[in-house]
Design a protein around this ligand. Structure first.
Ligand SMILES: [Fe+2]
Length: 342
């Protein structure tokens, strides 16, 4: 392993350089962020970065890039690593963010051709949002399952879909459905039952509260709530208990990112089936392949990356531990990367 080619921490006081507005391909603007450049054409996105005195480049399919970028923006860089693929991605430093190319790819990094640059999160987020706004065509929803959005990520620039890319991760203070907290979903609010969950019971639990405990007791039908999710691979918080977050989500097709954990996370498979490919977080070497069926529970260790595959829309409960210093404690080796010994 060699060191990353160069690290240029950007000056937090200086905003990211403006994108050259005149530089367009097929109607799409090209963008820069620090030493990275981003361009898209009818089919592909090409990212370039400096290494060994030259520019290295990497190309991804435009739809895959936009689906990954959508999650990174909506999740505010999420926990740990968001690998767009085996080469490009982001690492959340919580307030700062590293954007990397090849850093977690054993061959590229080993050849000294990787590159990492750190940014103020708000600067990087602003540029990523500009890219999404310019590169997502009318009709293409990068949050939707491929079977539920128009096949318009490709071709020359054709309008935009700002409404679709404005959806962000739902923030819940205590529990979904409580007064003043994140809302439940209904037909009237534009959340019909998804075609894959037509058989899900739509009843709500009856809540009988002792006098004096009104506002303290709450329940809702989580299966009903998830049956009405209009997006895929987008965990949203439905309950908060201390630092324990329940983040259920519905999954169909392929998780558009390869998530590199910086802490343990638990998966509870609530319905149907998801297959996970699990690899070493640092190198990408395969570690395991896991098929989860309804009722299965798994812990994803803190030193892995994972990507899910779901042939039919499935319900998954992701259980996250939001304790602030967990990534540092794992990095210092204070905690084992797995949560339990048998
Ligand atoms: Fe994950």
């Amino acid at each position: 392993m060699t060191a990353t080619a160069r690290i240029h921490p950007s000056d937090p006081a200086r905003p990211a350089p403006a994108a050259p507005a005149s530089d367009t391909v097929a109607g799409y603007h090209a963008f820069t962020l620090g030493q990275f450049s981003f361009a898209r054409d009818e089919y592909f996105v090409t990212v370039t970065w400096p290494a060994k005195g030259h520019r290295q480049s990497h190309t991804m399919s435009a739809d895959a890039f936009l689906r990954a970028l959508m999650r990174d923006v909506a999740w505010n860089f999420f926990y740990g690593l968001v690998n767009f693929d085996a080469v490009f991605g982001t690492r959340n430093l919580y307030g700062r963010v590293e954007i990397f190319a090849g850093r977690y790819n054993e061959a590229i990094h080993g050849a000294g051709l990787s590159y990492v640059e750190a940014f103020d999160s708000t600067d990087a987020m602003a540029r990523f949002k500009e890219i999404l706004a310019d590169w997502v065509n009318a009709g293409f929803d990068p949050f939707a399952a491929p079977a539920e959005t128009e096949n318009s990520p490709f071709g020359e620039k054709n309008g935009n879909n700002l409404a679709a890319i404005d959806r962000f991760r739902i923030a819940t203070k205590r529990m979904t459905g409580l007064p003043g907290d994140s809302p439940l979903r209904s037909d009237a609010d534009g959340f019909p039952v998804n075609r894959a969950f037509a058989d899900v019971d739509q009843g709500e639990p009856e809540i009988e509260v002792e006098p004096g405990f009104e506002g303290e007791v709450h329940a809702f039908n989580l299966f009903k709530y998830l049956s009405r999710s209009d997006v895929t691979w987008n965990p949203s918080v439905t309950s908060v208990c201390g630092r324990s977050l329940f983040c259920p989500t519905t999954e169909e097709y392929i998780l558009p990112i390869i998530h590199g954990n910086d802490r343990v996370e638990w998966f509870l498979q609530l319905s149907d089936e998801i297959t996970w490919e699990v690899a070493d977080r640092e190198t990408g070497r395969p570690r395991s392949r896991l098929t989860m069926k309804a009722g299965d529970v798994a812990a994803m260790p803190a030193d892995i990356r994972h990507q899910g595959f779901s042939k039919k829309r499935a319900m998954l409960l992701v259980w996250e531990n939001a304790t602030a210093d967990l990534p540092q404690r794992y990095e210092r080796g204070e905690l084992k990367p797995w949560p339990v010994d048998f």
